[in-house]
Every structure is written in C-alpha cells, then in structure tokens.
Design a protein. Structure first.
Length: 266
C-alpha cells in the first residue's frame, strides 16, 4: 500500500497556468540571450509531449533540465520512473529527483512548484525503501523515513504523510507507534489522500490500538471507496467488511459525517 502519487501531466498543466509568468521563470535556470531559456525549452518540450511527440519532448526537456529547470527535471524523473516515452531507468529517475531535492528543499511550501519538490522527496523515499537493483542505491529505511518526514512536515505533502504513517504502523526504522501513525494519517486524509482515508478508517472502525470511533472510521472508508480506482481493490474490501459489520446507527452517523465533510469542501 505504498504510494507515490503521480501528478498526471501536472508539470504541463502548470505550464498553462503559469503561461510566461514571473513565477514560472523564477523556477528556471540561468537564461541565455543566444539560445532559448530553460523555461522556453521546457515549454517546447511540454508542447511536444502533449502533442504525442515524446522523442521531441525528451530533447527539449533534457536541455532545460541540464540548465536547472526543476519542472523539466521532475517530468524527466517521472518519464524514466514509468518508462513513459523512454526505456524505464530508475537510476536516471533517482538522479533527476535528487537534483530537485538538493536544489529546492528550502523553496517556500505555499508555491505551486513546491508540489513537484515534495513529490520528488516522496519518490526518493520510495526508492530508498526498496533500493534499486544492480545500482549503488541500496535499501535504507532510515533514509526513506527522512525523505518522507521532510516532505510531510515542511511541505505538508499528503503522500509523504501517508508513507510516514505506514512506517510508524509497521515499525520500519522507527518504534511502532499507532497513535503517531493515526496523526499523520489524519493530516493526509483531510487533504483527500484516499489511501490514508482507508487506513485511518480501518483503524478507527476496529479500534484497539486507537479509541474506536466506528461511524467516523466508516466515514473515512466511504470517502476512500468513492475515490478508489481499479487498482484499489483493497480499499473496497476494507469498506465492504466494515459496512457488513456496522450497525444501522453507525451507518446513519457515517452518512451524516460524509455529507458534512463534502459540504465543507464545496
């Protein structure tokens, strides 16, 4: 149930949001009068990618990334991690994410680009959890925890918060602490992270190591189930099991909580 949520084509969606704004240009490398700036190369790569020309996109993105454009670095990291238009290469992906983390760890957390920086920390954390076969990057749970902890605390990233919670639940590189896990799950769940919603809901519905709150737990499971995709069968199974075990009062209270939660978020 580990996760490193993709920001689907978000680097390119942000391009449309930014346009040629100062904010976008502030996140590029040094520009040159004799050649397209890193931002311009990123924009060219984005346009090629969206047009289906991933080979053409790669050339422009690599040029922008080599000159410090972090969104280009992030998109290349995702492409290599997923084998999207290129042969999958986790070492190259790791390198691009590392460049972002090293150069932008102190970026203000309330900016649009901070989402990419935080996502890079999450990607690195996941690589450190398992290591990369046939490479110098070996499994290092403590380093993974550091990556997740930084993105969870400084950037408030919900995927990082979920992954950090999993480490506390599993006692991986830290002493098992279900209450601490529940705290991180709650932060992520309130931001709509469906894996966190499902796990928190499961904990609260069953109780034991945390006080039982069946209706509240069923609320989180319901929200997670509504957001679940085809790959999230485990969420549906947790939801179905809880619904079968819930009383009519618990189901009714849960439905009220769900409606209130959705209303608060427009």
């Amino acid at each position: 149930m580990r996760t490193c949520k993709r920001l689907p084509c978000l680097a390119f969606a942000v391009l449309a949001l930014f346009g040629g704004s100062t904010a976008a240009r502030a996140f590029e490398g040094t520009s040159s009068k004799k050649q397209p700036s890193p931002f311009e190369q990123f924009r060219t790569g984005a346009q090629a990618y969206l047009a289906g020309d991933k080979a053409g996109a790669l050339t422009s993105l690599i040029d922008a990334a080599n000159r410090g454009h972090a969104m280009a670095q992030w998109k290349l990291g995702r492409m290599y991690a997923e084998g999207d238009g290129v042969e999958r290469d986790d070492v190259k992906a790791f390198d691009y994410f590392s460049q972002i983390a090293n150069a932008h760890a102190d970026d203000a957390p309330d900016t649009v680009q901070a989402r990419f920086v935080a996502n890079s920390f999450v990607a690195l954390g996941n690589y450190y959890l398992d290591g990369i076969a046939n490479s110098p990057i070996t499994a290092d749970a403590e380093r993974a925890r550091e990556m997740f902890s930084y993105a969870a605390s400084y950037f408030g990233d919900p995927d990082a918060q979920y992954n950090l919670a999993r480490m506390y639940l599993d006692g991986q590189s830290v002493k098992k602490d279900v209450r601490q896990a529940a705290r991180w799950l709650g932060l992520a769940a309130n931001k709509g992270q469906r894996d966190a919603q499902a796990v928190l809901g499961h904990l609260l519905f069953n109780g034991g190591e945390v006080p039982r709150q069946a209706a509240r737990g069923l609320m989180w499971l319901t929200l997670a189930k509504e957001a679940a995709g085809d790959q999230d069968r485990w969420i549906v199974e947790l939801y179905d099991k809880a619904m079968d075990a819930a009383t009519e009062d618990e189901r009714a209270s849960s439905a009220s909580y769900v409606n209130a939660w959705l209303k608060d978020r427009g």
